[in-house]
Design a protein around this ligand. Structure first.
Ligand SMILES: Nc1ncnc2c1ncn2[C@@H]1O[C@H](COP(=O)(O)OP(=O)(O)OP(=O)(O)O)[C@@H](O)[C@H]1O
Ligand SMILES: O=C(O)c1ccc[n+]([C@@H]2O[C@H](COP(=O)([O-])O)[C@@H](O)[C@H]2O)c1
Length: 361
């Protein structure tokens, strides 16, 4: 067998935000290709989609790129390439693959490699190897790497969504580049390939990786958890969580799990051991009144009851006492109380108001 074909794994997607499973995909893909003996993965590239894609909950590309950068601090072989997402318009994946292939071809030692030869290499199947229908090793070592699309099985199955992908793009991707597909719960990539004439035609160029340690992290589920104020630790890299918190992405409420990672400067300053200084956990009724009256504008607009309950307080200026809002029946903000109380205390500290615990009921 000749020397293996060098491969660059390219993952296209929203990465809003990048999850640990996106990172795992690269590890799984590299292992699977290297184990065949036919390929040697030399690097991985993450290409976040342009803002022009217009998908729901797609935070601006600059944030998605920064989150990818933060996540990749723990990888020594996967890199961010912001080319696609710096364009103001969406680019089909076939175009993105072609762009990167051209980049690598032009940078390779073998600038004269005809693309047809590359296509032949990329398409090399198990049967090719077995029958020694392979280029000589001298030729191979001069080859620029082949860019393969690394994706989850849901992306593969989206090929069948009517009108979503151009048929010629699908054929170009599988014939010229090839796919490395990571299994995902609820998908059946082998059957999907069987059902598709074009995928069956090029099936030697599709590597399906079964992830036995199945892990259904998705960016959608992460966004849902964030919106609900739930912990996302161990699902995202800590640097990504910090970034989300710092830039208040995904409309997160005051999230105790997120916020406890990075205490606000005011919280650091007020690091008192005096039990009298420690905020108490008030009842829901108390918080509702505190929020609106002490820090107008900084409460979560989702807590509409707060607004209604506190209009009486508006002319009273700063918080001087807690008024039990026993008439309220909303429980929507209960999980955020600790942080809400800290916010009030911080607000009072910043504005030199009396600490919360000195406020009498
Ligand atoms: N848990 C997972 N298992 C396998 N592949 C995944 C997983 N999560 C994401 N991917 C793959 O990562 C690539 C980029 O993902 P993208 O950010 O667009 O998807 P996503 O996490 O499913 O996002 P969203 O939930 O916002 O649709 C896609 O090929 C997708 O199939
Ligand atoms: O090229 C296409 O026709 C095409 C059609 C649908 C999706 N894609 C790409 O698939 C990636 C994941 O998209 P999504 O909607 O599953 O997050 C993203 O990079 C898109 O540009 C690409």
């Amino acid at each position: 067998m000749g020397s293996p074909v060098k491969v660059i794994l390219l993952a296209c997607g929203s990465f809003s935000p990048i999850t640990n499973m996106h990172l795992r995909m690269f590890e799984l893909g590299r292992d699977a290709l290297n184990k065949t003996g036919r390929f040697q993965v030399v690097s991985g590239v993450i290409s976040p989609v342009s803002d022009g894609y217009g998908k729901k909950d797609l935070v601006p590309a600059k944030h998605r790129c920064e989150m990818v950068r933060a996540a990749l601090k723990t990888s020594d072989w996967v890199k961010l390439d912001p080319w696609e997402c710096t364009l103001s318009f969406w680019s089909p994946t076939a175009k993105v693959l072609r762009h990167y292939q051209e980049q690598y071809d032009s940078h390779s030692n073998c600038k004269t490699t005809p693309s047809k030869k590359r296509k032949k290499l990329s398409n090399r199947s198990v049967s090719d190897v077995q029958t020694n229908h392979i280029p000589s090793s001298d030729t191979e070592t001069d080859q620029s790497p082949v860019v393969k699309l690394l994706c989850g099985a849901d992306l593969l199955e989206s090929f069948a969504v009517p009108g979503l992908w151009a048929q010629e793009d699908i054929e170009y991707i599988v014939s010229t580049h090839g796919l490395v597909v990571i299994s995902r719960v609820g998908t059946d990539p082998h059957k999907f390939i069987y059902d598709s004439d074009v995928l069956t035609k090029y099936k030697e160029n599709i590597v399906v990786v079964t992830e036995w340690i199945s892990n259904e992290i998705s960016s959608t589920k992460i966004r849902t958890a964030l919106r609900r104020g739930e912990s996302v630790k161990y699902l995202l890299q800590d640097g990504v969580i910090d970034y989300i918190k710092q830039h208040q992405l995904y409309k997160i409420p005051d999230n105790k799990y997120i916020n406890h990672l990075l205490p606000s400067p005011v919280e650091k300053e007020s690091n008192s051991n005096d039990p009298e200084e420690q905020p108490q956990r008030p009842s829901s009724a108390e918080v509702k009144v505190i929020l609106r009256s002490s820090a107008p504008g900084s409460y979560n607009p989702n807590h509409l009851t707060l607004h209604r309950m506190t209009t009486k307080m508006e002319n009273k200026g700063p918080v001087t006492k807690i008024v039990p809002a026993h008439k309220s029946n909303s429980t929507s903000c209960i999980s955020d109380f600790g942080m809400l109380v800290r916010r009030v205390r911080n607000y009072n500290l910043r504005t030199r108001r009396r600490p919360l615990n000195t406020i009498k009921k």
